[in-house]
Design a protein around this ligand. Sequence first.
Ligand code: NAD
Length: 378
Amino acid sequence: QRIGVPREIFPLEKRVAAVPDTVEKLIKLGFQVAIESGAGDAAHFSDDAYRAVGADIIDSAAALWAGSDIVLKVRPPHGEEVALLRQGGTLISFIWPAQHPELMAQLTAKQATVLAIDCLPRTLSRAQKMDALTSTAGVSGYRAVIEAANAFGRYFNGQITAAGKVPPAKVFIAGAGVAGLAAIGTAANLGAIVRANDTRAEVADQVKSLGGEFVKVDYEEDGAGGGGYAKVMSEGFQAAQRAMYAQQAKDADIIITTALIPGKPAPKLITAEMVQSMKPGSVIVDMAAEQGGNCELTVPDQAVVRHGVTIIGYTDLPSRLAKQSSTLYATNLLRLTEELCKAKDGVAVVNMEDEAIRGLTVIKDGAVTWPAPPLKAA
Ligand code: NAD
């Protein structure tokens, strides 16, 4: 079979779904691989680098899509891209089916088979090597700290110099999931004092092991919902959490927010008043900007200054580290393709008996197979 990798057309998107290293391995699995000319340019992978490992470089998007049995992508396809997908073709990409009913209908009409990498059952340990949500969130958490450091007018680490004593920066992280933990580790490595909070008490040890201090909300309620994710908290908890965040905001130089609740708008944790109480020159990076933001004053895709505080709402953090995020994403897709091609004969088989594959298959031969049934107890 032929695997095709188009150039991403979403604004600000710089990633690519295959890199030369993974293309080489896909070819060893028996596939032919075609790359749209320029697909890797923004992530610093040239056409020549793909050609050198045996890929065909195709000039037009239309020819690339038409010639591919399997298309590997990053962003959910736009309508004009779906139109190019071969009738009965296979697509592997981020899809977010709950947010994109129209896309699901278009793909169904194409009799497509669609593997949504965002629907991978993350609690299966066998599936971790394919977990693109985790690799992407890790890159974003790292980059959020780099963006904060870039906008902040001081060192992160404390220093004693001939010119005087410099105190370490204080960083507060709201939400300690995958992205938050990556931010904690990065900020601690730069030498900052790091504190973090999450509604799921189980993350406290992970925060500590990365060099952060876990700050508890003074209210007895655990935030663990289903599948390792968070739930919406009670009014009482939210009031107690606001009081604690108001204290942290006054003290922190940098706040990085990552709090999300599946299927709900991002919880508003940082009020305008808290921003006003921060020291001039402080920085907030709101990683939830695309889902409505954790801070009341966030403007998606922009860095704005409010009350002397820089508030960064970039929604393209993975593309701001495009080479790294592409390499990790492409490796996740390679691992998935290996699972689909155990015979190493260049033919992908979507085995619906396999729980990991079943979970992420959202359309099979034109029939919607999403949402998948719950996992059998491990
Ligand atoms: P996410 O992006 O949905 O949420 C980010 C974090 O925000 C979560 O830790 C959540 O608890 C927190 N949060 C939500 N509301 C909050 C609030 N009001 N105040 C403070 N924090 C709030 O989550 P994610 O990072 O994608 O993953 C969540 C968890 O899923 C992981 O931390 C992990 O435990 C689990 N997970 C498990 C596996 C596995 O078992 N193999 C793999 C990946 C993730």
